[in-house]
Design a protein around this ligand. Structure first.
Ligand code: SF4
Length: 253
């Protein structure tokens, strides 16, 4: 079996807190977030095709040093066959398995949970789901075949699946704070309100956009100033004033 793989990091201590993991970056994505820092791997291009058996070999090689495998991307959930194959292999090797996702494939996340392949889900909460215009601006996810509202509905379903399985999973929600795009107090507070409404027991990370990291998709975001750590901290405090039960982390330097 072949898979579109944009790259593999043999060992990472930062991508999944408290775990040392091999990170597999699946190529191809159904979003086109203008601030995407992995823009070189969001297309399904033949140059990214790799044999799944070579990916397994890489995991086996790292076994003495890692305790987990993390699927990242791109959008890993668009490649069900390879995900199931590699995830099942990793579990047999005694490793934990996690996925980072934009949430548009609820049926795949459900399948992986039901088959006991997943231990961790990091899901992007890119914009308020109740604000279709802003969600589209942040994700550029609408296509000829799928409206923004349908994309939002998929993300909502994934969040509901996570909520219904939160006793079996470690869950992290993530929002990237991007100047000019998704940074206003009222928008971040809308996300906080929605997360509070979902009732998911998880941490919510507010991440600082870093224009100096990776290759940014839209050149307009290439040279903008990164939001200051204090700015992100202030957003956190603002949300906590209204929703004190949320567990909010700030990822910023
Ligand atoms: S930032 Fe957006 S476009 Fe880039 S990989 Fe993530 S979901 Fe896809």
């Amino acid at each position: 079996m072949q898979a579109y793989i944009g790259g593999i990091v043999s060992m990472s201590t930062v991508d999944w807190p408290k775990n040392i993991c091999t990170v597999i970056f699946f190529a191809g994505c159904d979003f086109n977030c203008p601030y995407c820092q992995n823009s070189e791997i969001i297309k399904f291009s033949d140059e990214h095709l790799k044999d799944v058996k070579d990916v397994k070999k890489e995991i086996r090689k790292n076994l003495d040093f890692i305790d987990a495998v993390l699927f990242s991307g791109g959008e890993a959930s668009l490649q069900k066959g390879p995900l199931v194959e590699i995830g099942t292999f990793a579990k047999k090797m005694g490793l934990k398995v996690g996925i980072e996702t934009n949430g548009t494939k609820p049926e795949i996340i459900k399948y992986l949970i039901e088959n006991k392949i997943l231990d961790f889900v990091g899901i992007d909460y890119k914009a308020p789901l109740g604000n279709e215009l802003l969600f589209e601006k942040v994700t550029k996810s609408m296509t000829f075949f799928k409206s923004t509202q349908e994309v939002i509905e998929s993300v909502r379903q994934t969040l509901e699946i996570l909520r219904d399985n939160q006793d079996k999973l470690e869950i992290e929600l993530r929002t990237t704070i991007v100047p000019r795009l998704i940074f206003r107090k009222e928008d971040i507070l809308d996300i906080a309100r929605e997360i509070d409404g979902f009732g998911i027991d998880c941490r919510w990370s507010l991440q600082q956009f870093r224009s100096d990291f990776g290759k940014v998709l839209d050149s307009m975001y290439k040279d903008i100033e990164n939001p200051k750590k204090q700015f992100v901290e202030n957003l956190k405090e603002h949300c906590l004033q209204h929703f004190p039960n949320l567990r909010i982390d700030v990822k910023a330097v």
